[in-house]
Design a protein around this ligand. Structure first.
Ligand code: SF4
Length: 308
């Protein structure tokens, strides 16, 4: 399935997620990634799936469920898909739902990628570093992607794009939350001039077990340094759209592979389908593994854990 949700999103309300990328294919292998380490680190763009099938799933899902946004996101970096521009155009023709692209912004230096995102309503790029050194430490990019080129791509995109840019900075304690690192990020973000700046912190089990969010007083300090910004360090709330799933097992695996589920969320899904005992059975079969992060229990598909 290429579609998941709608899922509750901390920025987008009820968001219908669209994945155009095979798991886990990305230009980065961020230390904080909730999908584990990147097993296909690439900067080459491809057409990964038949685009008509993706569109047909979106149409079907929108006919049965409400969503505030269609979000092109998924199991890696969505702009690696050569079909993203076509899909945005088709979604615009078929629905009045706003479209968001959640991207790491790494290949916006390519004019074709910038052109293809022009029709999106909101683009949410990442900027976790203000220097090559911190960039390599936190995002671990593909060898073809240099910091200055990545940043220039985001600056060029801002100049050309008329929609909303909500820049997202993920803070990892001890890596990019020092005063010097934050001042460098402020300077880089100032060049991009986003409509909004979000400060986020890792809340789900990260690719690297040593990754921790900054303590609360450090987050306040980061806000003071980065200037006007929104902080989203709380867990999302609200139910998941389950209409397209045949049962709890499928729903938990499909949603959980893109959006790691807290134990209580998986149990709610089990209840929605009146399939009590599904989570326990999946744990016994080792389809799911229980992991604790920041004192919260998460259920991850077993291959996520093998990939950590
Ligand atoms: S957090 Fe995003 S950009 Fe970073 S490795 Fe994961 S999918 Fe790629």
């Amino acid at each position: 399935m290429f579609i998941y949700g709608p899922v509750p999103s901390r920025r987008l309300g009820r968001s219908l997620g669209v994945s155009l990328i095979p798991a886990k294919t990305c230009t980065y292998s961020c230390v904080y990634c909730q999908l584990g380490r990147t097993n296909r680190l690439q900067s080459r763009r491809e057409s990964f799936f038949p685009k008509e099938r993706v569109l047909s799933e979106i149409r079907k899902q929108l006919s049965i469920s409400e969503a505030d946004f269609i979000s092109l996101v998924g199991d890696g970096e969505p702009t690696l898909s050569l079909d993203i521009g076509w899909l945005i155009q088709k979604c615009k023709e078929n629905t009045d739902r706003p479209i968001a692209v959640i991207t790491n912004g790494s290949i916006l230096f390519r004019p074709d990628v910038r052109d293809e995102l022009m029709a999106a309503d909101v683009v949410i790029p990442s900027l976790d570093a203000g220097s090559e050194e911190v960039f390599r430490a936190v995002n671990r990019p593909h060898g073809n992607i240099e910091y200055d080129r990545m940043l220039q791509g985001q600056v060029d995109f801002r100049r050309e794009y008329k929609g909303q840019i909500w820049l997202e900075v993920m803070l990892v304690h001890g890596v990019n939350d020092t005063e010097a690192a934050l001042k460098e990020i402020r300077s880089a973000a100032g060049q991009i001039m986003p409509d909004r700046l979000y400060i986020t912190t890792p809340i789900r089990p990260p690719a690297e077990p040593w990754v921790e969010p900054p303590p609360p007083d450090e987050i306040i300090r980061a806000q003071q340094i980065l200037g006007q910004s929104f902080t989203i360090d709380e867990r999302e709330s609200g139910g998941f759209g389950l209409d397209s799933f045949s049962g709890a097992r499928q729903a938990i695996l499909e949603i959980g592979s893109r959006h790691p589920l807290r134990l209580e969320q998986a149990l709610e899904i089990e209840n929605e389908f009146a399939e009590s005992g599904t989570v326990e059975m999946m744990l016994k079969e080792k389809k799911l593994v229980k992991i604790s992060y920041s004192a919260i229990e998460y259920l991850l598909p077993d291959y996520f854990v093998r990939n950590r």
